[in-house]
Design a binder for this molecule. Structure first.
Ligand SMILES: NC(=O)c1ccc[n+]([C@@H]2O[C@H](COP(=O)([O-])OP(=O)(O)OC[C@H]3O[C@@H](n4cnc5c(N)ncnc54)[C@H](OP(=O)(O)O)[C@@H]3O)[C@@H](O)[C@H]2O)c1
Length: 249
């Protein structure tokens, strides 16, 4: 894919300025996030005219419809990056477990499915277009304390494969990204080695240029291989480590 001059919509893109990612120079973005007041959207935009911002709570279907309407009536869109996500710690014994699960599933699964399907007609108008779904290595070994996240991302993986298969003769390329633990707000309380967002951004750009279907980065490769060989061992291993951390904190 030639990324020169392409226009991308990145959901949940404001905590890290997309324009700062290595390889992002001369590319144009629109970001959608929940909050405008915080340093979020405004900081992401700064005085960079290449970045347009939209406020939308993507867990809410009405907000998603509003966003889709803006994208269908506005300037051409070449790339949709379904990146916004939340990873809530949920004890299923608690009475509010179901609503917390629903929220994670709405944001991490229903939103990318909704945006991808409804924006297909916009992407079809472009000579080459892409949908990038940000998944996780945890689809290979779910974290029991994050059941909403793990369930949603496993569903996103299945949806992404179906989408790719059904659009294989279209001009749309479908890329699924499996990051390892990245240094962001989401992993603020997680231990272990983390990589920077810039490294993930650069790898995604390269994967798009080379029309890759799946991009596993760093330890996500390890999770993938181990889940093929000893799935129960790797599932117990990562869950034991998280449970031990939960007892300490
Ligand atoms: N960090 C990791 O180690 C890691 C590993 C594997 C996969 N991933 C995936 O990478 C993606 C990005 O994660 P991250 O680490 O950058 O998370 P993050 O630091 O928590 O950022 C999440 C982003 O999503 C936005 N967001 C949250 N709820 C939203 C909502 N209801 N509507 C619209 N936007 C919303 C946030 O906007 P506000 O600032 O407005 O809340 C923020 O920009 C996620 O899909 C995650 O699953 C991350």
């Amino acid at each position: 894919m030639n990324l020169e001059g392409k226009f991308a919509m990145v959901t949940g893109g404001t905590r890290h300025r997309p324009g700062d990612h290595q390889g992002a120079a001369r590319r144009r973005f629109r970001c959608a996030d929940r909050r405008s007041e915080r340093d979020g959207l405004n900081a992401a935009r700064g005085d960079d005219s290449r970045i347009l911002t939209v406020v939308a709570d993507l867990a809410n279907p009405d907000d998603r419809v509003r966003l889709i309407e803006q994208l269908t009536s506005g300037r051409p869109l070449d790339i949709l990056v379904n990146n916004a996500g939340s990873m809530t710690r949920i004890d299923i014994h608690n009475p509010n477990a179901e609503s917390l699960m629903e929220h994670d599933v709405a944001l991490d699964l229903a939103a990318p499915v909704h945006l991808s399907i409804d924006l297909l007609p916009v992407l079809w108008q472009r000579p080459e277009a892409a949908i990038v779904n940000v998944s996780t290595g945890l689809i290979y070994a779910p974290l029991a304390f994050n059941p909403g996240y793990s369930t949603a991302k496993a569903g996103l993986h299945a949806f992404t494969r179906s989408l790719r298969r059904q659009t294989r003769s279209d001009s749309i390329h479908v890329l699924e990204v499996f990051p390892p633990i990245v240094y962001t707000e989401l992993t603020r309380n997680h231990g272990g080695p983390k990589i920077g967002v810039e490294a993930v951004g650069a790898a995604v750009v390269k994967a798009l240029v080379h029309n890759r279907n799946e991009l596993r980065i760093g330890r996500a490769k390890f999770l993938y291989s181990m889940s093929r060989i000893v799935p129960n061992v790797i599932f117990s291993m990562i869950n034991r480590a998280t449970e031990k951390r939960a007892l300490i904190t």
